[in-house]
Design a protein around this ligand. Sequence first.
Ligand SMILES: Cc1ncc(C[n+]2csc(CCOP(=O)(O)OP(=O)(O)O)c2C)c(N)n1
Ligand SMILES: [Mg+2]
Length: 776
Amino acid sequence: MTANALDEAFRAAVAGLSFVDTAGDASARMGEPLRAGTALTVGAALELFDAQATSRQLDFAARRLQSEGRGFYTIGSSGHESNAALAAALRPTDPALLHYRSGGFYQARAAQVPGSTPVRDVLQGLLCAEDEPIAGGRHKVFGHAELAVIPQTSTIASHLPRAVGLAVSLRRATKLGVAPPWPADSVVVCSFGDASANHSTATGAINTALQTAHQRLPVPVLFVCEDNGLGISVRTPEDWIVQAYGLRPGLRYFTADGFDVAATYDTALAAAEYVRRSGRPAFLHLRTVRFLGHAGSDAEISYRTPSQIEADYARDPLLGTASALAEAGAATPAELLQRYDAAAGAVEQAIDELSDVPRLATAERVMAPLAPRRSSAIADAIADLAAAAKPDLDSSPSVVVGTVRAAQPENAADRPEKGGLTLAASITTALGDLLAADPRVLLFGEDVGRKGGVYGVTRGLARRFGAGRVFDTLLDEQSILGLALGAGLAGLVPVPEIQYLAYLHNAEDQLRGEAATLSFFSQGRYRNPMVVRIAGLGYQKGFGGHFHNDNAVGVLRDIPGLVTACPARGSDAAAMLRTCWASAAVDGSVCVFLEPIAQYHTRDLHEDGDEGWLDPYEGPDAWTAGHVPIGSARTYGDGADLTLVTFGNGVAMTLRVARRLAAQGIEARVLDLRWLAPLPVADIVREARATGRLLVVDETRRSGGVSEGVLAALVDAGYSGTMARVTSRDSFVPLGPAAHDVLLGEDEIEAAAVRLVRGEHNDRSAGAAEHRPPAH
Ligand SMILES: Cc1ncc(C[n+]2csc(CCOP(=O)(O)OP(=O)(O)O)c2C)c(N)n1
Ligand SMILES: [Mg+2]
């Protein structure tokens, strides 16, 4: 269906409406109900018609602008404009996460906020204008900080976990004394399509909301399904949405036909009131039609007949509002068409004003909001943290480690004897310090609360800080990350835990598509700071198999702006955790804190009982001096023969190998990357040039693993020395002793180091055995 055909059908239908002349002064009736029994006044209905008409005219303009080569986006809202009534039923401060067809909502929301320029906003989005208010020309999204509209990605339903997380967090933040940016009694509204309602992200988020409400915790979220019966070309089975969501215990279901503006408004009002009053989730099923195909590029005629398409004209929500107004005697057909044309005129005028828009023209400008890193502000935040931590530490139950206090670890292996803590105990203690010093910090995940995490890393923290701050979640990684996304928006600093790296993969888009893009698509107007703790990597003793030893980090390394920390030992872990916290709090960074499980409770480095892998836990006085900036490596030794670059489990292995090499007269230095993204490039290049021979010791896979980044960084920097790598194999990790056949081992590291020093490295790199030339 073309825009012209829709326009003509609407004009003809309005012209044919019968106007009921109530013989009164229409302007005097603005405050009266549109019809008996509705809360929608005549005046409000006229405003809704204007919002709907404006949205429709913007869809027409989008097609025209594209045909002129000026516009770049044509997915429209035509047929869905009844969502304007939803906006009118909500407060303009109710956070909204909108479907891409919620154009009517956007216009009506903006009409509630003086000074808004919603026509210009949308056009600037279509034109990719650099001064568009939310994405700044990076995408066409509905979003505006002053309108409480949080921009969404194109990934359908991916915003629902965040919406649920925000609903849970608004009241929780207020309880914790943290003022969220929206009123504590807000309703969080999220809209999505009928096909999207089947997506596991949607079903998971709705389930999470219900499970939360089932525990009598507030989760004031209104799910709005804009049901046009189609997902691109695929029909949603008749009555499926009501079957799926109309009968869910705990989910109050409301339904409205978008053609009937008064009924839609009344139903939305009842739904919003229910959610606000009860703090429980509700589902509003808004029945719509879809005009103009899925997008400008969609040849709808290939999967729908002309008569099917034309039958929808009679259900046009603009026509519905127009006919209700005519029937009420509030506007004549001619007056309605005048308003419709006035909306077109306003759109045209705004287009003229935007005839010469500035567009993003350099990579630097595109990337500017990607990941701000204000290193001195991060350092200052750590100094402030130290000041805030001191009074609490003085009074908290803790044990003295050297001259420093730390929480008492409950795992026997982690108890300090010679004045040091394991990696796990250092993380526990540092988490405790963060919780004590910053009331915005929340810790949550599967088993994080009572059990204290699968490996005991959060043990004791729920008891110490209460279930409001350290708590168990349900078993759904998308929802755990969604809670973090919402909590960050609400002004908190969430520290979610994912039990194993393998199970991040299952929810990865919440990090990649949602968390990491928000700053980019909102120019930092919205941020979702977080520090995602993930237990991962291989070499676990006692709990084997791939899923508990997953070493696939490629999926993290290529996410623009994401910080990935990977501490090898306790002292680094504590300092790096504080850095991640500060970066999240100060710059809104999305940080992954990858904890090598196999090092959690390791005490010894070279020999049994040497306790070489225990570290003192430094107290607040040392935090500033001990600050570890993002992207700064740690170097062990100053051997001149060889530089061994490693991280994670590799650090302890490589330090042992370095000792064995020394016994053979090879002096190596060991560089622990500490940060897998951004890589400490300057440190790598400096230490490589210091010896002229570099071996990357990488426990992750040969393909997509960390070594690729290290070697490429050296090539980019023009490093001219020799270099080689040893890695784990491109395999999943098997259960039992065979794990060591695919995971990198110390013998392999040592042999490669010796070969490199002897100049034999090129033909003997591990993992490439099948390509090796015959041995000489
Ligand atoms: C996760 C994901 N898969 C596929 C797509 C491609 N896609 C975009 S819109 C769409 C159909 C959505 O239909 P529905 O939810 O009913 O919304 P409607 O467009 O009908 O309003 C699809 C498959 C996507 N954006 N995201
Ligand atoms: Mg649909």
